[in-house]
Design a protein around this ligand. Structure first.
Ligand SMILES: Cc1ncc(C[n+]2csc(CCOP(=O)(O)OP(=O)(O)O)c2C)c(N)n1
Length: 623
């Protein structure tokens, strides 16, 4: 029996996708219940993406029933809906370790299973990857199927359209399954979302659907269908194409929408689209959180569940995202130029709060970070103060837009990068490990890192007062619980000297400064006098302050929750080299490697972020 849960009879018998094929319809329905139960049980303990996976249970069963993974390739977009896939591909036994350090990963990972054909975590990549795999198949003279499964939210990302455009014209044999639940994390937005809703409302669709449902009822689910019945089914499915003109115009055969919780419909439709030689889009309708008492009400709340034992929010210091939102609202009351932008993450970024206060000044552009940035540039070009609130990891997508559309034109766009640094259980695709590196190399850009929640508020005020591109990056979770006051704009490029010292200097940014202060305190007991400098600005650096300490001390230790390459440490090294200063300078930073998923404690331990390891580093340096 699987650990951590009640008996899951059929699920326990599944060692891999082949075993799914031996079950009859009644058993498959039992299996779907068991998968749901397992996901609910494990995410109640470990947290995780509950809603999306509950919506893809039947689809996953049908896919593994009809196709032959690992020969056939199934590419799940984003990977947050793939828990049922994990359970059916040999990971049920270890599923209780989901999201835990060294346990089953949060998304998809090629190294985790031969059935994870393409790694994921960020949205909108599946069709591109699947098209590449299908082309590789054709070039290598192979014959298997390649299937991309993409949600309606992820379809709002530009890259998905780039892939549809390319795939439709290429005539490559590829199956795209559009999993349409009307939700992104929040309700889906945009014209495409309206279009998809319109397809379901179309009366022609309902007429065809009824005929199709009748046909499916009289057809056996297991075993090959009679050729005549298959033909009639295909005719009916084809007739539905008239309702999916957009996809048809893009060169796809469009089928659907069909009920994505009806195994019979799914199996029949997949069998059918498997026969098509060319790009096919199968549109299925599902419900996020299917199987929960009231999935509609909880859809957004259940996108992701928190791990058991997570402390209730109000006992903690305020979250950085809330301080960001509250400060932005306060600033926007006095400054009508301020507008807020989110790329499908209103609740995660705090932009939902801003929207409640200023609905006309808030834009949710969909999962479209590149567009968000250039859209912000347009707003700024006309004199507004756009605040682009995008997680550090997702802003990676918009690197060229930041350079080409914002910074070359020196436009006053404010980048608020939440989830900067390690994020814990969401792992390497979601750690905000690179932003200091990718932002500081861009001319005209100012880059700030608050050491605590008050400084975040001050930096937001600084950003609003600044003319030009400016970014502030802050971590996931709660602040340090420092005393709060009204935000004040800071002097650009000016560091804060927190503690003076003659032997060595800690120069850093972000909440690691608190660790440096504690380390300096410890070192004092051993007679080592350490200065602590909160640089605040990664760009422009406070060269004068840093050089003045470099001149006196025997060593410098830089601190940043960013990769050790090309970030704050590199900035300090460049400064020292430019001034021919030969003082030793070491980094406390993230390694030049992708940090795995896990609880923050384990991750901090693994990367050496602790007072003890800072003290050790300092002692070593003083030897
Ligand atoms: C580039 C990028 N931006 C934002 C996210 C955060 N995110 C994770 S899932 C999700 C919603 C996806 O919606 P959809 O594709 O419809 O899948 P559903 O959750 O509805 O099944 C978002 C915005 C992401 N993973 N990648």
């Amino acid at each position: 029996m699987a650990e951590n849960g009640a008996a899951t009879h059929f699920l326990d018998m599944i060692r891999g996708p082949r075993d799914v094929k031996h079950l009859n319809k009644r058993q498959l329905l039992h299996l779907s219940d068991e998968i749901r139960k397992r996901i609910v049980d494990v995410t109640a303990q470990n947290g995780g993406h509950l809603g999306a996976g509950l919506g893809t249970v039947e689809l996953t069963i049908a896919l593994h029933y009809i196709f032959d993974s690992p020969l056939d390739k199934i590419v799940w977009d984003t990977g947050h809906q793939a828990y049922p896939h994990k359970l059916l591909t040999g990971r049920n036994k270890d599923f209780h370790t989901l999201r835990k350090f060294r346990g089953i990963g949060p998304f998809l990972k090629r190294a985790e299973s031969e059935h994870d054909h393409f790694g994921a975590g960020h949205a909108s990549t599946s069709i591109s990857a699947a098209l590449g795999m299908a082309k590789a198949r054709d070039i290598m003279g192979k014959n298997h199927h390649v299937i991309a499964v993409i949600g309606d939210g992820s379809l709002t990302g530009g890259m998905a359209f780039e892939a549809l455009n390319n795939a439709g014209a290429s005539k490559t044999r590829i199956i795209v399954i559009l999993n349409d639940n009307k939700m992104s994390i929040s309700p889906n937005v945009g014209a495409l979302s309206n279009y998809l809703a319109g397809l379901v409302a179309d009366p022609r669709y309902h007429e065809k659907k009824q005929k199709l449902e009748h046909l499916l009822k009289v057809m056996p689910m297991v075993g090959e269908m009679a050729a005549g019945a298959a033909h009639t089914l295909e005719e009916n499915l084809r007739a539905m194409v008239s309702t999916g003109m957009l996809f048809k115009e893009l060169g796809f055969n469009y089928y659907g929408p069909i009920d994505g919780h009806n195994l019979d419909d799914l199996v029949a439709a997949l069998r059918n689209v498997r026969q098509i030689d060319g790009p096919v889009l199968l549109h299925i309708k599902t419900q996020k959180g299917q199987g929960l008492d009231d999935p509609d009400k909880v859809a957004e709340a259940y996108h992701a569940a928190k791990p058991k034992g997570a402390k209730p929010g109000n006992a903690e210091p305020p979250k950085y995202q809330d301080v960001f939102a509250d400060t932005l609202i306060a600033l926007a009351k006095d400054d009508p130029r301020i507008v807020g932008i989110t790329a499908a993450m209103p609740s995660g970024t705090g932009i939902d709060k801003f929207q409640q206060a200023f609905s006309q000044r808030t834009f949710d552009v969909g999962i479209a970070e590149q567009h968000a940035v250039t859209f912000a540039a347009g707003l700024a070009a006309e004199g507004l103060k756009p605040v682009c609130a995008i997680y550090s990891t997702f802003l990676q997508r918009a690197f060229d837009q930041i350079i080409h559309d914002v910074c070359i034109q020196n436009l006053g766009v404010i980048f608020a990068l939440d989830r900067a640094g390690l994020v814990g259980e969401d792992g390497p695709t979601h750690h905000g490990a690179f932003d200091l590196s990718y932002l500081r190399l861009i001319p005209n850009m100012t880059v700030m890192v608050p050491k605590d929640e008050q400084e975040l508020a001050d930096m937001l005020a600084t950003a609003v007062a600044h003319n030009g591109p400016i970014a502030l990056r802050y971590p996931r979770g709660s602040g340090l619980g420092v005393a709060r006051r009204k935000p004040m704009a800071l002097a650009i490029g000016k560091a804060e000297v927190i503690r003076r010292g003659m032997d060595l200097a800690f120069v850093g940014v972000g909440p690691l400064i608190a660790l440096a202060e504690a380390a300096a305190h410890e070192l004092k007991k051993e007679g080592i006098s350490a200065a602590v400098i909160n640089a605040r600005f990664v760009k422009p650096l406070d060269s004068a302050t840093i050089l003045s300490f470099a001149d006196k001390v025997k060593g410098i230790i830089t601190l940043e929750e960013n990769t050790c390459r090309a970030g704050f440490h590199s900035a300090v090294l460049e400064l020292l080299a430019e001034h021919k200063m030969l003082v030793p300078c070491q980094a406390l930073a993230l390694p030049d490697a992708f940090v795995e998923h896990g609880d923050m404690r384990s991750l901090y331990h693994a990367v050496g972020f602790s007072v003890g390891s800072i003290v050790d580093k300092a002692r070593e340096m003083m030897k």
